[in-house]
Design a protein around this ligand. Structure first.
Ligand code: HEM
Length: 421
């Protein structure tokens, strides 16, 4: 059965139940065809060790997508955007861009954002309190990153409305199979965002902010040397930053709060020992990784066991599968909020590892723990609606009753940390 599932697996034609629960498919692939070849000659990797190898060896496994996206997007705003953002570039451009962006997202900078983040989360919780039902995504998880990333680039509050929609449309175009409508939405979003950012950048050039904390001013000024980003790199990397920390973080918070409904023991542990939130966030990242797929392309011949790949072979890195690899994570399908060690790949690894990981973790810790404190008895009011994507795993809508009462027995009870009961 599992062998047949692995043999039939085709990323371009996924069965309807895949979106709800892709893990049995990933498990079948990891067990029977861990280096799965697709009809178009690309390979789909599902083992933890194989992903690590690819992430670390950037000379053999390039992130440059110029050829691939030229074919996928044609001459279009989406092509311009996705071939300019740092995640799809190699050194030396990648190194320079990463230094500029990363310099404003160090642990010290992120720690300085905590007070504002807590105030934002508390404001959202106040607005939820007293309501019979809410949408966990629209009213909570989706409302946090937009403000945090907006602050990072100092986007005026009144301009932030369209950011989430743009982000969904642009990153949605990275799905393995792209329909005409989704492509049109993505292209329109890039064009709209470019137009908006041209104005914002012109204004910022006139009134530069402190490059220590204002990422846009950092990108405009460069890193002190003669080299500055050209206009295209500047614009498209602003778009990338606004998008990168957006849907991923929303999904992390949303996935976590939905998981805690399915795993009440994990919720009990967090209510009883709030400090467990740190390991819990790592487990949410592993268990339902909000970014499930990465891509690389080979620059030279390479061999994985029996499989030989020529140069220019496209590779899919399945983070969602690697994070459930039993050789790395004992009992991988169990949500264990106390799991240790937990060296998941939710943020990737190596030179392209997520620049925003400290910020993403902080947002998740504050949002999840404070939501739980205020609404320990929250429950789903209706089935949640999935985002329906392969690469970015999350929910579009989660109808929820934010109950403030604690159910009897939830505090002070022994629990094994990972049972669904
Ligand atoms: C919590 C949720 C997040 C997850 C799961 C996540 C995941 C990832 C992953 C897997 C990569 C690596 C892509 C690759 O190597 O192919 C990445 C890169 C990146 N992320 Fe995140 N991310 C999150 C939040 C953020 C935030 C909050 C920001 C910024 C504000 C951010 C900015 C970036 C940037 C700039 C890169 C490109 C790094 C590079 O190519 O050197 N991310 N992210």
């Amino acid at each position: 059965m599992a062998r047949a599932i692995a043999a039939r697996f085709d990323l371009m034609e996924l069965p309807a139940d895949f979106y709800d629960d892709p893990y049995p498919y990933y498990d079948a692939l990891r067990s029977h065809e861990p280096i799965k070849r697709f009809a178009d000659g690309s390979y789909f990797l599902t083992r933890y060790e194989d992903l690590i190898r690819v992430y670390r060896d950037t000379k053999t496994f390039s992130s440059d997508k110029s050829k691939e996206f030229g074919r996928k997007f044609g001459d279009s705003p989406l092509r311009d955007h996705h071939t300019s953002s740092l995640v799809f570039r190699d050194p030396p451009v990648h190194t320079r861009l990463r230094r500029l962006i990363g310099g404003a997202l160090t642990p010290r900078h992120v720690a300085a954002m905590e007070t504002g983040l807590v105030a934002l989360v508390e404001r959202l919780l106040d607005s939820i309190a007293g309501r019979e039902t809410i949408d966990l995504i629209d009213d909570f998880a989706g409302a946090i990153p937009v403000e945090i990333i907006g602050n990072l680039l100092r986007v005026p509050h009144e301009d932030r409305g369209p950011l989430r929609g743009w982000s969904l449309a642009i990153l949605g175009a990275l799905e393995p199979s792209l329909g005409m409508e989704a492509a049109a939405r993505g292209n329109a979003a890039v064009s709209d965002m470019l137009e908006y950012l041209r104005g914002l950048i012109a204004e910022r050039r006139r009134h530069l902010g402190d490059p220590e904390t204002d990422v846009l001013s950092r990108l405009i000024l460069g890193d002190g040397g003669d080299e500055r980003l050209d206009a295209k790199d500047l614009l498209h990397n602003c778009i990338f930053i606004l998008n990168a920390g957006h849907e991923t973080t929303t999904n992390l918070i949303g996935n976590a709060l939905v998981s805690l409904v399915a795993w009440p023991c994990a919720r009990r542990i967090l209510l009883r020992t709030p400090e467990a939130i740190e390991s819990a966030v790592e487990e949410f990242l592993r268990f339902e990784s909000s970014n499930q797929l990465g891509n690389r392309i080979t620059t030279r011949p390479v061999r994985f066991g029996e499989v030989e790949m020529p140069p220019e072979t496209r590779i899919w890195l399945c983070i969602g599968a690697a994070n459930r690899d039993p050789l790395k994570f004992p009992d991988p399908d169990r949500l264990d909020v106390l799991r240790s060690p937990n060296r998941h790949l939710a943020f990737g690894s190596g030179p392209h590892q997520c620049v925003g990981l400290t910020l993403g973790r902080l947002e998740a810790r504050v949002a999840i723990s404070r939501f739980l404190q205020r609404f320990p008895g929250y429950e789903l009011a209706a089935p949640a609606t999935r985002g329906g994507r392969v690469r970015f795993r999350g929910y579009l809508h989660v109808p929820c009753r934010p109950r403030a009462d604690r159910r009897p027995g939830w505090i002070g009870e022994n629990s094994d940390g990972g049972s669904r009961s």
